[in-house]
Design a protein around this ligand. Structure first.
Ligand SMILES: C[S@@+](CC[C@H](N)C(=O)[O-])C[C@H]1O[C@@H](n2cnc3c(N)ncnc32)[C@H](O)[C@@H]1O
Length: 398
């Protein structure tokens, strides 16, 4: 049995001015869910592998006269296994409970939250909302990772419910792996850029699918002289993101409601750096080429495109693919598996880049280790599919 690390309390999160308040019971509930998630990953998940190795795979081999050849064959066989069913049902439940807990916490204070957001957003040209933007099919057709209302639903005028709920609840899934502001991924990108690419000085940066700004804010902090444009289709997320950035003292980001499939408002070669973070796996096969073609048009020669994602499946052990693919089938993430199957380099070529120039780097989420502890690949608490070590897929445009 692995030795569990001491986990931070939800209360360790940084309380910026629009971060929802939590009472004693709310903190306890989120901590319970966090600890249950870690327990499931560290203590129960290894038993799923044991069930596969000792029971399910041997039975498959007897029935089929061969080993499973795809993760889908593994999943089909595992569906009947009671240990897998238990782990899967509990994992799904922690996700649903996370959303319920966060939503209840946000709703009881929604009026004061909206007031705070509005006070920060009022009269500021850096929040640009556009009623004419439709929610694209990949966002509108599914409550992604079981989040009611996804990122965009508005229940009343000036609503920020879904965004504040997302900011509150993320911790229960990541167990602090993303640090005090849930932005350890963006911070890691900023650090990598500044330390490994110190000659690169982007003046205009585009962050696509910014949600509440967990990636855009650290980038804007890394390059305080740069103009950062952060786009999303989700109005509640943009309202909250803008207020959150201001609350954090970051004023060089313009948050714009825009669909990345149509960026005709921006001129050719007008950005030095274009990023996405945990975004590609939420875009469909129809949307992704359109978005990448737009990135290619908008990026200057010498500019960098960088996508932060979980690793692609190619070359990965089939069992690990099957576990990582759980989200596709049980967590309302229908694009997760197809995206992780893609040959990204070929996709980049198809969209006008020279795909052979693609590079891949591992980035470890940057967190305050004195509070959140050091989290590494293979960590006992690692939740496959949402690991603290990501891959960034990048390409310098020539
Ligand atoms: C997983 S979230 C991204 C998280 C965020 N980048 C971060 O670092 O925390 C995906 C976001 O992409 C947005 N999105 C999806 N398709 C989009 C599109 N075509 N144009 C703009 N935003 C889109 C969604 O509304 C959602 O807010």
């Amino acid at each position: 049995m692995s030795v569990a690390k001491t986990l931070p309390s939800w209360n360790a999160l940084t309380k910026h001015a629009v971060f929802p308040h939590a009472n004693h019971d709310e903190v306890a509930r989120l901590n319970f869910l966090t600890h249950l998630n870690v327990h499931l990953s560290a203590e129960i998940l290894p038993g799923v592998r044991t069930a596969y190795e000792r029971e399910v795979r041997p039975e498959f081999e007897i029935s089929n006269g061969r080993q499973p050849e795809t993760r889908h064959e593994i999943r089909q066989s595992m569906l009947q296994n009671s240990f897998f069913q238990m782990w899967s049902a509990l994992r799904r439940n922690t996700m649903e409970m996370r959303h319920q807990a966060a939503r209840a916490q946000v709703l009881r204070q929604i009026e004061s939250l909206v007031d705070k957001v509005q006070a920060l957003n009022k009269g500021d040209g850096n929040l640009v909302l556009n009623d004419a933007i439709d929610i694209p099919a990949n966002v509108g057709s599914v409550d992604i990772h079981c989040q009611p209302g996804c990122y965009y639903e508005e229940y009343f005028e000036n609503d920020v419910t879904v965004a504040a709920s997302y900011d509150v609840g993320l911790f229960a899934t990541t167990a602090g792996m993303l640090g005090g502001l849930s932005d350890g991924g963006g911070q890691a990108i900023g650090k990598w850029l500044l330390e490994q690419n110190s000659d690169f000085k982007p003046r205009r940066i585009l962050d696509i699918g910014c949600t509440v700004g967990h990636n855009a804010v650290p980038l804007a902090q890394a390059y305080p002289e740069a103009e950062v444009i952060a786009i999303d289709v989700a109005r509640p997320s943009l309202r909250y993101a803008h207020a959150r950035a201001k609350a954090l003292g970051v004023n060089n980001i313009q948050f714009v409601q825009a669909n990345a499939e149509d960026l005709s408002d921006y001129s050719d070669q007008s950005f030095d750096l274009i990023t996405t973070s945990m975004f590609l796996h939420e875009t469909s096969h129809q949307a992704m080429p359109k978005i990448l073609k737009n990135i290619n048009r908008l990026l200057k020669p010498g500019g960098l495109m960088l996508h932060l994602e979980q690793p692609q499946y190619e070359g990965m052990d089939l069992y690990q693919q099957f576990i990582r693919d759980w989200d596709s089938f049980f967590n309302n993430e229908p694009y997760w598996g197809p995206m992780h199957d893609l040959d990204l380099s070929a996709m980049f070529t198809q969209c006008g880049f020279n795909g052979e120039d693609m590079f891949e780097i591992g980035l470890v989420s940057l967190v305050d280790e004195s509070i959140f502890g050091k989290r590494e690949k293979g960590d006992a608490g690692e939740d496959y599919g949402r690991a603290p070590v990501w891959n960034a897929y990048g390409l310098w445009k020539k």
